[in-house]
Ligand binder design. Structure first.
Ligand code: PGA
Length: 254
């Protein structure tokens, strides 16, 4: 089966939620619930929570990620965090190009590409977010939109480095709204992204890439979404803050 060619990845995106103490408590609660997971389990947490999260997850199958990184290795960038700093403390994943970064904090396709490059250079695995606005879906340019986002972000990424890229398709209208793409919509875009990857890197490499769906994925709808042939995991916002819900989504990925 095609899905066996790539690891399923369920990643929580906590956004700007939970203090370090609360982070440690949630990970302690989730840990036993996902100990037998057949998929990769990741929590992407606020920068200040990273140390506590890494400590709470030590010795478990939970991997820790950040939610952004800067494109430079160091320098005069007040308030920013470099990918190498994340890697040095044991962070393995980083979200790049989340729609909230694009919409609220000025990220563009070009800066997303730069951040992706820096994260790969530092040895991190990138969760690259792409997705259309509702207006773009109405104009029937969803696939064009995610193709442009994906292509620009991957412009400098080699076939070897593609193994450290996870793509998260997140329709912006579905994020945090309770609206979810239908399984057909999610699978159609994910398979369109995979077709683009095949154009760029060949079919074998494309078949090896994990492509998640994100946008109000929850304990109730995860199983149906994850059963789609091109939905290889999920990037989970709200539902990742509740241990039982998150564990149910992880269980649905096996
Ligand atoms: P949501 O967020 O699950 O709360 O919709 C998903 C995301 O922003 O990654």
């Amino acid at each position: 089966m095609q899905k066996d060619l790539r690891p399923a990845v369920i990643a929580g995106n906590w956004k700007m939620n939970l203090t370090p103490a609360a982070a440690a408590a949630l990970i302690a609660e989730v840990r036993p619930l996902v100990a037998d997971a057949a998929c990769t389990v990741v929590f992407c947490v606020p920068f200040v929570d990273l140390a506590a999260a890494l400590e709470a997850a030590a010795g478990s199958n939970i991997k820790i990620g950040a939610q952004n990184c800067h494109w430079a290795t160091d320098g005069a960038y007040t308030g920013e965090v470099a990918a190498g700093m994340l890697r040095e403390i044991g962070v393995e994943y980083v979200i790049v190009g989340h729609s909230e970064r694009r919409t609220l904090f000025g990220d563009t396709n070009e800066t997303v590409a730069q951040r992706t490059r820096a994260a790969l250079d530092a040895g991190l695995t990138v969760i690259l977010c792409v997705g259309e606005y509702l207006e773009q879906r109405k104009q029937n340019i969803t696939l064009e939109t995610v193709r442009i986002q994906t292509k620009i972000a991957l412009a400098g990424v080699s076939a070897g480095e593609l193994k450290r890229i996870v793509i998260a398709y997140e329709p912006v209208w579905a994020i945090g709204t309770g609206l979810t793409a239908t399984v057909a919509q999610a699978n159609e875009v994910n398979s369109g992204i995979r077709a683009l990857l095949a154009e760029l890197y060949g079919k074998a490499a494309a078949d090896g890439v994990t492509i998640q769906y994100g946008g109000s994925m929850n304990a109730a709808n995860a199983e149906e979404l994850l059963a789609q042939p091109d939905v290889d995991g999920g990037l989970i916002g709200g539902a990742s803050l509740k241990a039982a819900d998150f564990a149910r989504i992880v269980a649905a990925a096996q």
